[in-house]
Write a protein that binds this ligand. Structure first.
Ligand code: SAM
Length: 213
């Protein structure tokens, strides 16, 4: 994903978030209530956080990441932007104790396939810890559906990920759903996004309404 593209301050600009930030913002406008605090997990360059702050005027963004290099970029980009609705980045590793934060909603793009499977459990654990009972967790990225890739390019991407790291790989929505269910979250909505990606909305239904199918 990284490229040589930089902004006017020399900070990296990744092509993928440049391409997908507007379609994701448009979907978030439908999915999220008018205002709140959006915790972004795995913010990396901060391109999404800054764009969503501009597109969602009722929302304050709380970016975060766990990678020191990304955190450095993120901190510098957020400081330079001087956007009062983008807070100073948090250090947040989904496989560790989360920092103090009280988000209305959580957004996480393109992390599940590029982290070990335990990070998926970690993401739902963090969501269960930090979100209010009806708060949504929104995930975005490439997914397989019922054991099948949704495009040949996703199958090739999956193979290349697994070659780089056998613990990585495009996740199947069914497997994520199983794991989410064990943590009280149901898949509430699936938005088909450009370039064979999905935006998934996870939420804890009122107790007693959770079923496995
Ligand atoms: C492919 S990048 C996606 C960045 C950005 N969300 C986007 O869509 O452009 C994957 C991100 O996942 C983060 N990540 C990997 N493992 C993580 C973990 N255990 N906890 C939190 N973030 C993690 C990496 O630091 C990196 O920022």
């Amino acid at each position: 994903m990284p490229s040589d593209l930089t902004d006017e301050h020399g900070l990296p600009l990744w092509p993928a978030p440049e391409r997908n930030k507007q379609p994701i913002a448009d979907a978030l406008k439908v999915v999220l209530p008018p205002r709140g605090l959006l915790l972004e997990i795995a913010s990396a360059t901060g391109q999404h956080a800054l764009h969503f702050a501009a597109e969602l005027p009722g929302w304050t963004m709380q970016p975060s990441d766990c990678d020191p290099e990304h955190l450095d970029t993120l901190r510098r980009r957020v400081a330079l932007a001087k956007q009062p609705r983008v807070l100073a980045p948090l250090v947040l590793d989904v496989t560790a104790e989360p920092p103090a934060c009280e988000p209305t909603a959580i957004f996480c793009a393109n992390m599940l396939h590029i982290a070990p499977w335990r990070a998926c459990a970690g993401l739902f654990d963090v969501a269960a810890r930090l979100l209010p009972p009806a708060g949504p967790l929104v995930t975005y990225g490439p997914y397989a559906v019922h054991g099948e890739h949704t495009a040949e390019s996703n199958a090739r991407f999956d193979a290349s990920l697994r070659e780089r790291n056998p613990e990585w790989g495009v996740r199947d929505v069914d497997a994520v759903r199983e794991l989410a269910l064990a943590r009280g979250f149901a898949l509430e909505a699936t938005h088909v996004m450009p370039a064979n990606n999905l935006l998934l909305v996870w939420r804890r239904p009122p107790s007693g309404e959770l079923r496995s199918s």
